[in-house]
Design a protein around this ligand. Structure first.
Ligand code: NAD
Ligand code: MG
Length: 395
């Protein structure tokens, strides 16, 4: 029987890679639903190629344009849903077995959480959704019996290095620590006093990975690694001090698990997101991803060094947020989203990003994160405070 898949954020970098892998296995997967925010041209092409039953377009005006566009085409009978609520509708459809959570940022939380509550197989790329909701998300997975498979290359690597039959959310016996690898981004060796002047174009040009703009900036500030450290604590039930960030500029090893007997298991491969995507889609089997085989002789050597918290204050802030606990990771994530957007719009400097986040974290007291309402209210409040911090910087 074919599995039905819903791709949240189909038009993004992860969404496109997912469709590439799915198309290689038409006997195994049936595309049920695709969603996009605004990019209706890409969505239109995807609909022609993958024939989904239903699409969601969040932006109302773009949805109206899309409807006009398909009226007299071969897609005339396609079901088109509009608005953010419809994301939840498609991620919980009865004929959807797997949900690829590939919306960027907090906007992905509700449909991803709904998929977890509905007991779907959740392929999690949208790390912000997990970081902001923490135990609420993990408890939903446990309660429904949903299968949670990490797509973030590091967490997928860690998952693969865990003992067989390992489930996310449980502490793996015998694991001493996780070595979370990071490329270090485009500014790993830039003189510190030049960081204030880097442009959005420089920040989104990642040396090894081709990704969406927001995660590319997060990689440059290393907030991406901070969010991933929190993600790893949640997915693998680890304490923050058990997650060691390792700068590994070649991006060949995607992370490692260090066991108490001294064994270290690493997962390697080319930097191609189709590898973790194919792993999760085929799990527990394996199938072709389309990625190049790793040429170990071309790699020649691999380097490892600790992360410099002075160069990358965002990573320090992420450790502080998880150590404070409660709603502080929600605050961190929301403030980061606002700061990154302001940087991309050239309203603040690259080095202002951590300043905005730190100000926001200091202004909002931690609360117990015991309900979705508290999470959503905190997210909203942190965005207001972060925007005020940005105004303060401009004056
Ligand atoms: P992207 O910017 O390329 O794509 C984002 C997708 O989300 C698009 O389909 C867009 O239409 C949709 N979207 C944006 N705002 C939305 C909103 N308000 N409501 C509904 N949909 C919205 O991003 P990406 O690089 O594909 O990353 C997606 C997620 O995967 C992020 O959480 C990122 O951290 C994570 N991730 C990405 C990579 C990568 O290589 N790109 C690797 C690991 C993890
Ligand atoms: Mg990653």
């Amino acid at each position: 029987m074919k599995k039905g898949i819903c791709i949240l954020g189909a038009t993004g970098s992860i969404g496109v890679s997912t469709l590439d892998v799915v198309a290689r296995h038409p006997d195994l997967y049936n595309v049920v639903a695709l969603t996009a925010n605004k990019n209706i041209d890409a969505l239109y092409e995807q609909c022609l190629a993958h024939s989904p039953e239903v699409v969601v377009i969040v932006d109302e005006q773009k949805a109206a344009e899309f409807k006009t566009k398909i009226e007299h085409s071969s897609l005339a009978n396609l079901r088109v849903l509009i608005g953010a609520e419809a994301l939840v509708e498609v991620s919980t459809l009865p004929n959807v077995d797997s949900v690829m959570a590939a919306i960027v940022g907090a906007a992905g939380l509700l449909p991803t959480l709904a998929a977890a509550e509905a007991g779907k197989t959740v392929l999690l790329a949208n790390k912000e959704a997990l970081v902001m909701s923490g135990d609420i998300f993990m408890n939903a997975v446990e309660k429904s019996g949903a299968q949670l498979l990490p797509i973030d290359s590091e967490h997928n690597a860690i998952f693969q290095c865990m003992p067989s039959a390992y489930q996310t959310g449980a502490t793996a016996k015998g694991v001493r620590r996780i070595l979370l690898t990071a490329s270090g981004g485009p500014f790993r060796t830039m003189p510190l006093d030049e960081l204030a002047h880097v442009t959005p174009a420089q920040a989104v040009a990642h040396p090894n990975w081709d990704m969406g703009k927001k995660i590319s900036v997060d990689s440059a500030t290393m907030m991406n690694k901070g969010l991933e450290m929190i993600e790893a604590c949640l997915l693998f039930n680890m304490k923050p001090e058990q997650i060691q960030v390792v700068i590994h500029p070649q991006s060949v090893i995607h992370s490692m698990v260090d066991y108490v007997d001294g064994t270290v298991l690493a997962q390697m491969g080319c930097p191609d997101m189709r590898i973790p995507i194919a792993h999760a889609l085929a799990y527990p089997e394996r199938f072709e991803s389309g990625a190049m085989p790793l040429d170990i002789f071309a790699v020649k050597h691999m380097d490892f060094e600790p992360a410099d918290l002075q160069r990358f204050p965002c990573l320090r802030l992420a450790y502080e947020a998880i150590q404070t606990g409660g709603t502080m990771p929600t605050v961190l994530n929301a403030a980061n989203e606002i700061a990154v957007e302001a940087f991309l719009n050239e309203q603040i400097r690259f080095t202002d990003i951590p300043l905005v986040i730190e100000k926001t974290m200091h202004a909002i007291p931690m609360q117990i994160a015991d309900s979705l309402e508290t999470i959503l209210a905190t997210d909203k409040q942190a965005r207001v405070v972060a925007n005020q911090a940005i105004q303060g910087l401009k004056n």
